[in-house]
Design a protein around this ligand. Structure first.
Ligand code: HSE
Length: 406
């Protein structure tokens, strides 16, 4: 019997407990160990809950219990999650977490502390919810040099963009629906402004490339400026708009950005809709491989944390993620290349000539629903070149990058 503690009995914490208890027999069959949730730390009481007797309010109870070898942290936020994680590791307990904010900010330090104490800091659930991605990066893709890692890492924004596209719903209505379904973060800005995607990209790209990539170095744009008109033009062009985390490595240089982009059916990310996430990894031998599944939700995320708990229990805490190498050299995002979709607030006989004077090969697109404006697609160019050129048009309604560039 192995005793574990769960910190936080909210959506994810209760999911971890449910997975460990509901699948207890199967987990024992596969791992050879019986896992018992001895403590659940929460500030609230849960009268009538089947785990009522496991609830504790003082972390010191868990910290000082030598029977507890593994702690699942599902509190979210930086504090006190950081302090409890550190204390647990220093007390010789492995910690498994779903907390991407904490991993992105303090993951390197906590991984080092874990290594110093002969235990593990595991965070499978911090990226892609229930999708196994960190374990494959650690264990299965070790023979390859990973040269690219991109994807759709946020279920809420993917759900919003899918509903906007399929049902023509407004952004605000779909956001409320996503929150009601438990996908969105408490503060929706983390999702819709792209911060959640940015943290997940930093975590995954660091692991994939073996260098430290700070989320603070990743230029991040969310989906709040994407309009129903953008989506209508994207559909006309047979594209979808997706919030992407994109990274590429060349030597010690790493390109990494988070942005909404139009993508076509030539990328498998095109088919990733609703709350689903997908991570596309490119290896120098393997070529492309994609990981797809539910990126959010109580049980998928609980399942990912539980898988770390089982690994930590079975390995006696000796399964740790290795600390990453040197900090990466970030590439200036202005040097990255795309094609660009542009809308301008005019539709006259002179518009084509005006656009062609700046973007030679661009032909105008006019949709009946938007008679007062025109749109066009540019050739491939760097973002710097584009922003300089587009300034020559005067006012534009908006623009969106198109990927892949070629
Ligand atoms: N809010 C996140 C999402 C939850 O929508 O993907 C999982 O990290």
């Amino acid at each position: 019997m192995a005793s574990v503690a769960v910190l936080g009995y909210g959506t994810v914490g209760s999911g971890v407990v449910e997975v460990l208890q509901k699948n207890a027999d199967e987990i024992t069959r596969k791992s050879g160990v019986r896992i018992d949730v001895k403590y659940i730390l929460d500030i609230r009481e849960f009268p009538g809950d089947p785990n009522e007797n496991a609830i504790v309010h003082d972390f010191a109870v868990i910290e000082s219990d030598p029977e507890v070898k593994v702690v699942a942290e599902a509190m979210g936020g930086l504090h006190p999650a950081y302090d409890f994680t550190r204390r647990a590791l220093e007390a010789g307990k492995s910690v498994c977490t779903s907390n991407k904010e904490l991993v992105a900010e303090f993951g390197t330090e906590l991984t080092q502390i874990a290594a110093q104490h002969g235990v593990s800091y595991l965070y499978e659930a911090s990226c892609g919810g229930g999708i196994p991605i960190i374990r494959p990066l650690r264990n299965a893709l070790t023979a390859d040099v990973i040269t690219g890692l991109s994807g759709i890492f946020n279920g809420t924004t993917n759900f919003i963009l899918t509903r906007m596209e399929k049902e023509g719903h407004d952004y605000a209505d779909v956001l409320a629906e996503a929150q009601a379904m438990g996908y969105a973060e408490r503060n929706p800005a983390a999702d819709v402004e792209g911060y959640d995607t940015c943290r997940k990209l930093a975590i995954l790209a660091s692991l994939a490339y073996g260098v430290q990539i700070s989320y603070k170095d990743i230029r991040t744009e969310g989906i709040t400026k994407v309009t129903a008109a953008d989506i209508a033009y994207a559909s006309f062009l047979q594209y979808k708009i997706k919030l992407l985390g994109i990274s590429r490595r060349s030597g010690d240089r790493v390109e990494a950005v988070v942005l909404p982009a139009m993508i076509g059916c030539d990328t498998p990310l095109y088919a990733v809709d609703d709350v689903f996430n997908a991570i596309l990894v490119r290896g120098n031998m393997l070529d492309d491989v994609m990981f797809y599944g539910k990126g959010a939700g109580k049980l998928p995320t609980g399942s990912a944390v539980a898988s770390d708990v089982i690994e930590a229990v079975v390995s006696g805490g000796k399964c740790g993620i290795l600390p990453q190498g040197e900090p990466a050299v970030p590439v200036d995002p202005e040097t990255m290349s795309y094609r660009f979709f542009v809308r301008i607030p005019e539709n006259t006989d002179a518009t084509q000539e005006k656009v062609s004077a700046v973007f030679e090969d661009a032909s105008l697109i006019n949709l009946e629903e938007y008679p007062q404006e025109s749109a066009f697609v540019t050739g491939v160019m760097t973002e710097k070149e584009f922003t300089e050129k587009v300034a020559g048009l005067g006012s534009v309604t908006g623009w969106i990058r198109i990927l892949p560039a070629e």
